[in-house]
Design a protein around this ligand. Structure first.
Ligand code: ZN
Length: 152
């Protein structure tokens, strides 16, 4: 990875962890699922408002490391207006990016946009749990579950 790209990625992660988007509680019109990553101490709660199969709004709250917060923040931005199948496809793509072995062609992951900033965590399996925590909670919310999601 070249230096410019690395700096850009760090800026995205810092920005979204310090100033998370769509952050805060949501009312009963939303589905709510908590995620808990005890290895790192990350706790997030994802709120999804789904109307006719489309994610009308996505919010989250909680606390954790920069990776977990930036991932959750970027996720909420990406999910709005997507249908459930699209949301699952984005998660699949993000997981693939985070677990890929060898060099990655980032152009293949254009759909997940700035989440590519988190691609560096693939060298650190512990951090992959941080990066996917909010996504696992989102996935459970799509399935209509409401029990806490744990990374282990
Ligand atoms: Zn973490």
């Amino acid at each position: 990875m070249n230096i410019d790209l690395r700096e850009l990625y760090q800026d995205v992660i810092l920005d979204h962890s310090k100033h998370p988007r769509n952050f805060g509680p949501a009312d009963g019109a939303y589905r709510h699922v908590k995620g808990n990553n005890p290895l790192c101490g990350d706790r997030v709660e994802v709120h999804l408002k789904i109307t006719d199969g489309t994610i009308e709004d996505a919010r989250f709250e909680g606390r954790g490391c920069a990776i977990s917060l930036a991932s959750a923040s970027l996720m909420t931005e990406l999910l709005k207006g997507r249908n459930e199948a699209e949301a699952r496809a984005l998660f699949a793509q993000f997981r693939e990016l985070l677990t890929a072995k060898g060099p990655v062609d980032l152009a293949r992951y254009a759909d997940i946009d700035r989440l590519a900033a988190l691609s560096g965590v693939r060298d650190y399996p512990m951090r992959v749990k941080c990066a996917t925590l909010a996504w696992h909670a989102m996935n459970a919310a799509l399935e209509g579950k409401d029990e806490e999601v744990r990374t282990e």
